[in-house]
Ligand binder design. Structure first.
Ligand SMILES: [Zn+2]
Length: 463
């Protein structure tokens, strides 16, 4: 049992000073004691917070961040550049990517996530096969690579192998660009069962599934795979991309007569184990029904802005008691502050009001955003994280409060200053399962991660 002492920390009941946190050898929090007397022990200066879960990641896309910013050629149909042209860039990028490269990119990304204050990640992983589209001898090869990368970096991971079998609603034939993603039910369950067998006792790893979208699976396949999953674990998380683009909504209507969220809520038992990624385009009725179902809204404001998706109805969803968390998705940036700030700013711009997600009178917006994202991210990752309390993982971050704009602030004002006024990153120390992985802003393996990533990017760009 080790004990960490913090100058100040955000606990479930609010801010407390002189907080000691005991951590068992397996990385679980034992006791949390406020106003403790840390004699003979080093007190960690700054403000301690629960580490943030990143609930949506496609790690390999970090290596193509910034490559989709050149406008596409003028199109005869007059359509503007969109998500769908970005997707073509992504498919081209996948022509050569190897398992070694997938691991290297994920390792660098996860090191950067830790430095940004994310202590766990839900990896929505869909590049399963080799560049020809044939499965590797070990079908779970690339999933394992992201778990290995997480272990090397020291971040917790919820690995979500993606079920992808079709190129559009109603079981359409997939395109050549999708060949590395495709699995039928049997092939997919082989991956899931292999990962379950290996990681059952690992507190750093959770396994779930991610049906890619209603575009990529048929109702029959979706039902079959969820039934099989329940044989392993009836509480395993299920993530799905749901209503990112208006074209997706229109195609779903043409196929089924229903919108994607409406269809899903009508045809599956959607509850707290579900995380609906990019539920961007919903009617009021869908928004209210999704909130009532308890599914987490997986929001990725930086990516959603980058791809021109649209803006999630966060105010209405929150007013209905909806649970949401944040992810960095395509990793156009790896910056928690940017996700939370742009979530709030998007809503302010729509509603022409301030402090829209503060959730009541005289409440700190920064605190409300941070705690809401902890809560939703914890549910979506399906791991005991997100709160500094007995029985949870000892995943926490410490903000350096010596420099402006944090200097001289305390309590919720620290969160408001960080999320709305900071340009530099104030995260100084990061602990995962009680083990320190970032000290004074530095990850011990960051130079190795950077050098390896640079080599991969040079190779990928040069071909
Ligand atoms: Zn995604």
């Amino acid at each position: 049992m080790t004990t960490l002492h913090f100058e100040t920390a955000l606990l479930p009941d609010g801010w407390a000073n002189n907080v000691s946190v005991t951590v068992s050898p397996d990385g679980t929090i034992g006791q949390v004691i406020a106003d403790s007397n840390p004699s003979e022990t080093v007190v960690i200066p700054g403000a301690a917070l629960p580490g943030m879960p990143n609930l949506h990641s496609h790690a390999f896309q970090r290596a193509m961040a910034g490559l989709g910013e050149v406008s596409g050629p003028a199109r005869d149909d007059g359509e503007p550049d969109s998500f769908w042209t970005w997707r073509q860039v992504m498919y081209g990028f996948l022509d050569a990517l190897t398992p070694d490269q997938i691991e290297t990119i994920a390792f660098k990304l996860y090191v950067d996530m830790l430095k940004a204050g994310y202590t766990s990640v839900a990896e929505f992983h869909y590049v399963h096969h080799n560049p020809d589209g044939a499965p590797y001898d070990d079908r779970a090869e690339t999933s394992r690579r992201t778990i290995a990368a997480a272990a090397r970096a020291g971040i917790g991971i919820t690995q979500l192998p993606v079920l992808y079998n079709h190129g559009g609603f109603g079981g359409q034939t997939p395109t050549d660009g999708q060949r590395r993603f495709l699995n039928n039910a049997d092939g997919f369950i082989q991956i899931v069962s292999a990962l379950y067998a290996e990681n059952a006792d690992n507190p750093h790893v959770r396994i779930g599934i991610a049906p890619h979208s209603l575009r990529a699976v048929t109702p029959e396949l979706l039902g079959d795979v969820i039934n099989a999953l329940n044989g392993f674990d009836a509480k395993a998380p299920i993530h799905i991309h749901i209503a990112e683009q208006m074209k997706e909504v229109d195609d779903c209507l043409a196929w089924s007569g229903q919108r994607p969220v409406e269809w899903l809520l009508d045809h599956q038992s959607v509850d707290e184990r579900w995380c609906l990624i990019h539920a961007t385009h919903m009617t009021d009725a869908e928004t209210d029904a999704m909130a009532k179902a308890g599914a987490v809204a997986g929001l990725c404001p930086a990516t959603e802005a980058n791809l021109g998706d649209g803006i999630f109805p966060a105010v209405r969803f929150a007013e209905q008691g909806g649970i949401w968390g944040i992810g960095s998705d395509s990793h156009i940036s790896v910056n928690m502050k940017e996700e939370l700030r742009w979530l709030e700013y998007g809503q302010r711009l729509i509603h022409r009001q301030r402090t829209v997600l503060a959730g009541g009178a005289e409440r700190s917006t920064g605190r409300a955003l941070y705690e809401a994202a902890l809560n939703g991210g914890t549910r979506a990752c399906a791991r005991p994280i997100g709160v500094l309390a007995e029985g949870r993982r000892a995943d926490l971050i410490v903000l350096n409060t010596e420099n402006t704009p944090l200097a001289g602030r305390s309590g919720d004002a620290l969160l408001d200053a960080w999320l709305f006024a900071c340009d530099a990153n104030p995260v100084s120390d990061v602990f995962v399962g009680g083990k320190q992985v970032v000290s004074d802003g530095i990850h011990a393996k960051q130079d190795k991660a950077e050098a390896d990533m640079r080599a991969v990017m040079e190779k990928l760009i040069s071909g």
